[in-house]
Design a protein around this ligand. Structure first.
Ligand SMILES: CSC[C@H]1O[C@H](OP(=O)(O)O)[C@H](O)[C@@H]1O
Ligand code: ADE
Length: 287
């Protein structure tokens, strides 16, 4: 069995992973604070897995309150090299109906600087390449897995990441259509940025749950409607994960594992021991 693991971050409606063997609940501490919950480790069809519910069990954390840094740091500590994010999103395209799956490959940032989206700062500066913000190989696997699971799936698309927690105004929703975005959510961009800095592959299974509030023949988005669509599709989402895990190559051939090689600009002589210690798990080999 490989020594590395595949991580799954479960979003709204996905708070556990079924079918794991050899299950352990692991409490992880990090220099960036506490993760959303205990990590669940186990084995799925011979592959090591690490699962974390993004908003905590019981869905206790707002999108702005999730400690994304601690979540990604914990994944890295547990040997995760590839993260599958499962998320609920609003659709910004007629063709992406509720119940469809999207594998987004781009982002637009509408967060407000409340959440920490970098491991760097406080004595060390790095600028990660982020033109292609998700792992294209992992995304290909997720797309094929969604097809095999019988989903209607859209490959590629831009995910608008808003701060929330309130949903968008109608004027905002129309403005996002004008930007050509495909879906809207409140979480994935922050995770993708941190996964990139941690040199972890990141790919997204996004379940379209609503048409936000731009569609004149659909009700405006509500939590109730989102939960209903999630419940109708949770078995399919779990099936996509199972299919994907069976075909993910544990030896990576993408560039995600060396993305930060030239990203740190700070003079190494100016990096203090404190900073080195804080960044050890994330970037220790470059310090
Ligand atoms: C439950 S409605 C809004 C909520 O759902 C999405 O969460 P996640 O990305 O964790 O599935 C969205 O981003 C909001 O946080
Ligand atoms: N319409 C929407 N806006 C933001 N996040 C969402 N998650 C699911 N639907 C959403």
């Amino acid at each position: 069995m490989s020594t590395t693991s595949i991580g799954v971050i479960g979003g709204s409606g996905l708070y556990e992973m079924e079918g794991l063997e050899d299950v352990n609940h692991v409490t992880v501490t990090t220099p960036f604070g506490a993760p959303s919950d205990e990590f669940i480790t186990g084995v799925l069809n011979g592959v090591r897995m690490v699962f974390l519910p993004r908003h905590g069990r019981g869905h206790r954390l707002l999108p702005s309150e999730v400690n994304y840094r601690a979540n990604i740091h914990g994944m890295k500590q547990l040997g995760v090299e590839q993260i599958i994010s499962v998320s609920a999103v609003g659709s910004l395209k007629e063709a992406i109906a509720p119940g469809h799956i999207v594998i987004p490959d781009q982002f637009i940032d509408r967060t407000k600087g409340i959440r920490k989206d970098t491991f760097f700062g406080d004595g060390i500066v790095a600028h990660a390449g982020f033109a292609d913000p998700v792992c294209h190989l992992l995304s290909d696997v997720l797309y094929s897995a969604a097809i095999n699971a019988g989903a209607t799936v859209h490959k590629g698309g831009t995910y608008i990441c808003m701060e929330g927690p309130a949903f968008s105004t109608r004027a905002e929703s129309f403005s996002y259509l004008g930007l050509g975005a495909s879906v809207i959510g409140m979480t994935n961009l922050t995770e993708a940025k941190l996964a990139r800095e941690a040199e972890i592959c990141y790919g997204i299974i996004a379940l379209s749950t609503d048409y936000d509030c731009w569609h004149d023949s659909h009700e405006d988005v509500t939590v109730e409607a989102i939960i209903q669509i999630i419940h109708q599709n949770v078995a399919m989402a779990k099936n996509i994960i199972r299919q994907a895990v069976a075909s993910i190559a544990t030896e990576r051939s993408c560039s995600c594992g060396s993305n930060m090689q030239h990203a740190i600009i700070t003079d190494r002589a100016a990096i203090t021991d404190d900073v080195k210690q804080r960044l050890d798990v994330i970037a220790g080999r470059y310090l």
